[in-house]
Design a binder for this molecule. Structure first.
Ligand code: NOJ
Length: 762
């Protein structure tokens, strides 16, 4: 397999094939024991500790527990459990004294003195909140994303948090799914680049530094393919799609050294992910050589009973442990049943040793054995450079979707009406998964304009929150609008409308926001619609009533100043969509990297429903893959985003039109900023493998580069790739680059076909 480079490890593969006479499933058990790198002194230490541990302590290492935030004191039974070595990890312990005390008990009083590891969902910032991950992906700037996750680790580690449940790498093709906000969107390559950036940032250069956090690639796997976008739902993903799309970012996570993985809630092709040996053992451990540990999602082992995959928690534990799922989050199937399962011969203590070693390996790499405590000094929280970085991330994440008559940027002579439920909603602009972000530290767009006395503004929200159905304040909004030159309308979704368990069947602006836009439109004043949301929002009812649209996602702590800079032209928007933006919900799933089908769309032959004659003879009309009513185009394609500048591409070239397998190919383009101010452009390189032994997508993102160009400046951008980068997982279950014809597009977005190159692999 050539496409993925592998780290050089020495694996000691211990294959234990045991036919258990007593086993209810009569299963054959195969385990792989990974022994780390050559001469790694950690391995000898781990072996020595494990050899002295009792069975109870070993089971204890697999347990992750939390403490209810409603309980003030540390419960005695929790402390006793740590004292007995019955707990390996905690999540959500947010009292520093509690964390310190639990750690003290673990390293001073428990039998083997193994440190605890404290975990938390630090997803897009700890105190200083960055844009939601979907927004960060829109920046197409991995360097910035890495900087943001480094800052998150620096801040979170002051609370003893050395393990974050991030990044979420689920490919998301369905904006109804609330967790799309936590993803990097629909593309495997972009998500893989984001995976590396997050992991490098969280883990830092040295995992043992007290400011580093172990990363957790989640959710393994298929969570984003939930049926109908309903959270937790079934995922049916064939092998082709699984390998060529869904697994790719997770492989990057292993290559980037992600310390841990988390299983997903869903069943994958009928087998719940938390007991899926094919993905957990065959792929993650055997093929990819992952040597960290895997944690279940919250109760996901126990939930296999609900899935109808295990008759009770004991059977659920048996199935999960035999798939080598190392740690159980919150539920207690392992704690309650592992001992019994081992006594009954359904799992062996030797196999359990492998699991415990996986967990200890990460605790060693984090330096917890040498330095189990943390520096509680939180002067770094909201540090100046953290806020600056969060602002930059918010600026680069914002996508300009429409700008008719160059209504943007506005100037300081214009009287501005600031209206809308998200104009001054400090909690909402932080987005999903921000338990630690504080609205008191958030700067809203209204604050940002108020703090700058060059601008004349008038404000009313019109609607007090995004779902508000009361029109009682419309009149005031209209009157403010009438006496201004331009309307900035801040609309979208509250933070709680995306994220876990927050799927929506309709993804338009909720509440009466569309009605308020109607009223404002009647004033005849130009409207700039600024969206804050965790997903693309269908705009059918409003897009023609507004002059400009900026998508800010949920931009985080510094969203206000970032948006003000964008709106006033201090910064030119440079975000690009990491996900195809549908016109209507009925088009979902819609993604740029679809297959061509036997009857691809022929735009000229498309017949819109209203043009079909009444009583028309039965026919298959345009005979192509489209909707009679919604057509075949999205609202905006993947990779799309406007700028205040105009960029032109010229002098495109390819180093070799007839490469051989293994060759390197370089593609070049000259990009010119034709505008009169500095701006950023993301140049995108797509390819198509024209004929394959399995059908290939019409386009796949191969590379991208974000560059900054001064007014009138030109730069040569060059992309280099090898033929292995074009490989796919084929019918014989191996990665292959097949000789034949390829097309390349150097493009501004996935629909831009102006610059095409061709080559043939011989
Ligand atoms: C459930 C979520 O699915 C997962 O992503 C998260 O990390 C855990 N809960 C812990 O909060």
């Amino acid at each position: 397999m050539l496409i993925f480079s592998r780290k050089i490890y020495v694996y000691q593969v211990v294959i234990l094939s045991m036919i258990f006479l007593l086993s209810s499933c009569n299963s054959e058990v195969t385990i792989t024991e990974k022994k780390g790198e050559v001469d790694d002194p950690i391995e000898a230490k781990i072996d020595s500790i494990v050899s002295k541990m009792s069975l109870e302590e070993k089971i204890g290492q697999t347990a992750q527990r939390g403490k209810s935030s409603r309980v003030k004191e540390l419960p005695k039974d929790l402390k006793d459990a740590v004292r007995k070595g019955q707990i390996g990890s905690f999540l959500n312990i947010m009292n520093k004294e509690d964390a310190k005390e639990l750690q003290r008990i673990a390293v001073e009083e428990s039998p083997s003195k193994i440190p605890l590891i404290f975990a938390r969902d630090v997803i897009h910032g700890f105190k200083t909140i960055f844009p939601v991950p979907l927004g960060q992906a829109a920046s197409f700037n991995p360097t910035l994303v890495q900087e943001g996750s480094r800052i998150a680790a620096i801040e979170a580690s002051t609370y003893g948090i050395r393990w974050t449940f991030a990044p979420m790498l689920d490919i998301s093709r369905d904006p109804r799914w609330g967790r799309i906000a936590e993803s990097a969107g629909e593309d495997p390559y972009l998500t893989s680049e984001m995976a590396k950036a997050y992991i490098n940032g969280f883990q830092g250069e040295d995992l043992s530094s007290p400011t580093s956090m172990a990363a957790c690639a989640k959710h393994f796997i298929g969570y984003g393919a939930a049926e109908g976008g309903r959270d937790y739902n079934t995922a049916n993903i064939n092998d082709n799609l699984l390998h060529n799309v869904y697994l790719k970012p997770f492989k990057s996570a292993v290559d980037a050294g992600s310390s841990t993985f988390m299983t997903s809630f869903n069943d994958l092709n009928g087998i719940p992910a938390s007991a899926n040996s094919y993905v957990l053992k065959d792929i993650l451990r055997e093929q990819w050589g992952f040597d960290g540990f895997v944690v279940s999602d919250w109760n996901s082992i126990k939930e296999m009973v609900n899935h109808g995959f295990a008759k009770d928690q004991k059977e659920a534990a048996e199935k999960a442990i035999n798939a080598m799922l190392d740690m159980e989050m919150t539920s207690t199937a392992y704690q309650d049943h592992l001992k019994e399962l081992i006594q009954e011969g359904k799992f062996s203590e030797k196999e359990l040793d492998v699991i415990v070693k996986n967990i200890l390996r990460i605790k060693f790499r984090l330096g917890l054995f040498d330095n189990p405590y943390f520096d509680p000094n939180d002067t770094v929280l909201y540090a100046k450079n953290h806020l600056e970085s969060a602002q930059k991330a918010a600026e680069e994440s914002t996508v300009l979707l429409k700008n008719s008559n160059q209504v943007l940027p506005i100037n300081s002579k214009q009287k501005i009406a600031i209206i809308g439920p998200l104009a001054d909603a400090p909690h909402e602009q932080l987005g999903t998964w921000t338990f630690d972000g504080e609205k008191e530290h958030t700067i809203t767009p209204l604050n940002a304009f108020e703090n700058d006395n060059q601008y004349t503004i008038a404000y009313t929200n019109g609607l007090s929150y995004s779902r508000d159905r009361s029109t009682k304040n419309f009149q005031k909004a209209v009157s403010i609008a009438k006496s201004s030159d331009v309307i900035l309308f801040f609309a979208g979704e509250e933070a709680i409308l995306s994220g876990e368990a927050h799927s929506r069947a309709k993804i338009n602006l909720p509440g009466e926001q569309e009605a308020l836009i109607d009223e404002l439109h009647k004033t005849g004043k130009p409207i700039v619609l600024i969206l804050m949301a965790g997903r693309p929002i269908t705009l059918e009812n409003v897009k023609d009533k507004v002059d400009a649209i900026l998508m800010a996602w949920h931009p985080g702590t510094m969203g206000g100043p970032a948006l003000k800079n964008m709106i006033t032209g201090v910064v030119s928007p440079s975000g690009k969509l990491p996900v195809t933006w549908p016109k209507e919900v009925g088009q979902i799933p819609i993604h740029y990297n679809h297959k061509n089908t036997g009857r691809p769309v022929i735009p000229e032959e498309f017949v819109q429903m209203d043009s079909i004659p009444i009583g028309a003879w039965q026919s298959s009309l345009g005979n192509t893959s489209h909707y009679l009513d919604a057509g075949f185009l999205p609202e905006y394609p993947f990779g799309y985003g406007l700028s205040y500048s105009l960029f032109t591409y010229s002098d495109i070239s390819i180093s070799n039109n007839t490469p051989k397998i293994g060759d390197t190919i370089t593609v070049k383009v000259t990009v010119t900023n034709e505008g009169n101010s500095t701006a950023k452009e993301t140049v995108q390189l797509y390819f198509r493998d024209m004929v394959g032994s399995i059908t290939r997508p019409v386009k796949e993102l191969l590379r991208f580069q974000k560059i900054t160009l001064g007014a009138g400046e030109s730069k040569e951008v060059s992309f280099t790739f090898v033929t292995d980068d074009l490989a796919f997982y084929g019918p014989d279950k191996t990665w292959i680059t097949e000789p034949g014809d390829f097309k390349l597009w150097i493009a501004k977005n996935a629909s831009d076909e102006s610059n095409v190159l061709e080559f043939t692999i011989e």
